[in-house]
Design a protein around this ligand. Structure first.
Ligand code: GLN
Length: 245
């Protein structure tokens, strides 16, 4: 009798406390992959146990953090991040950052996991919400622009990897013309080989994780969801299932 390889299934959790989790769910359901994608909406710590990867949606980062604390999820999420791929979109990106400026009074709890500092609502009132065509490295049909939807999005202010952190790979930037005027960015490290403004970064990877300051789940374009599964999630499964040396 043929054995079912459980690795033909990939289980993706979506943090479902507040925000655009249903939109991520719809996108994942529509993906056409060789692997079957099982979706788990995460509302309590046990839900994470079954997951190979996690998506943290856009919404309101302070509210998501507060609800995560009430659900006893903050520490389990931090542990999950140490071992498995996580993708944060917009508010989710804020939660994945190591530091945040512009937090609400009383502060903002973060999960950390990606060594960047972001500023909440950093595009300022002029361009607080906007749309822009994006070039993204590694996306399927990458010569076709991805429609970036930015809603009170965070701005990446600096990349701060420690010597032991995995390298950061920038996969998409916007034009400096979209940045708010008069804002002072924290300069990159002096020896940073990319001299361009960190505030133009809108998508990056570090280690297993993916961060986008915009909302791929609000488009009809599934390429970012496919990218996350292909680039961040599946490689961890094949490592896990390969026989020990
Ligand atoms: N400005 C929101 C926050 O700080 C994020 C907005 C979004 O996710 N669209 O959490």
């Amino acid at each position: 009798m043929p054995q079912t390889n459980e690795r033909e299934v990939v289980t993706v959790g979506i943090l479902a406390l507040q925000g655009a989790f249903a939109e991520h769910q719809v996108m994942l359901q529509k993906l056409s992959l060789k692997r079957k994608v099982v979706i788990v909406l995460i509302r309590q710590p046990e839900d994470l146990d079954k997951c190979d990867a996690l998506i943290i949606p856009g919404g309101e980062s302070t509210t998501i953090a507060l609800l995560a604390r009430l659900a006893g999820l903050l520490e389990p999420l931090r542990e999950f991040l140490k071992a498995k791929p996580v993708w944060g979109t917009c508010a989710g990106a804020i939660l994945l950052a190591r530091a945040v400026a512009g937090a609400k009074r009383g502060g903002q709890e973060l999960l950390g996991g990606i060594s960047v500092a972001v500023e909440r609502n950093g595009f300022g009132s002029q361009v607080e919400s906007f749309e822009a065509p994006l070039e993204v490295d590694g996306l399927r049909e990458s010569n076709r622009a991805f429609h970036g939807i930015f809603i009170r999005a965070p701005v990446v202010m600096s990349l701060d990897p420690t010597p032991t952190d995995p390298p950061i790979q920038i996969i998409s930037r916007i034009s400096t013309s979209l940045l708010p005027e008069g804002q002072t960015a924290v300069p990159d490290d002096e020896d940073d080989t990319d001299p361009r403004d960190p505030r133009t970064i809108v998508a990056l990877r570090q280690g297993l994780h993916l961060l986008t300051t915009f909302h791929p789940e609000l488009t009809k374009d599934d390429r970012f969801h496919e990218y996350f599964i292909r680039e961040c999630v599946l490689p961890t499964l094949s490592r896990a299932s390969s026989p020990a040396a």
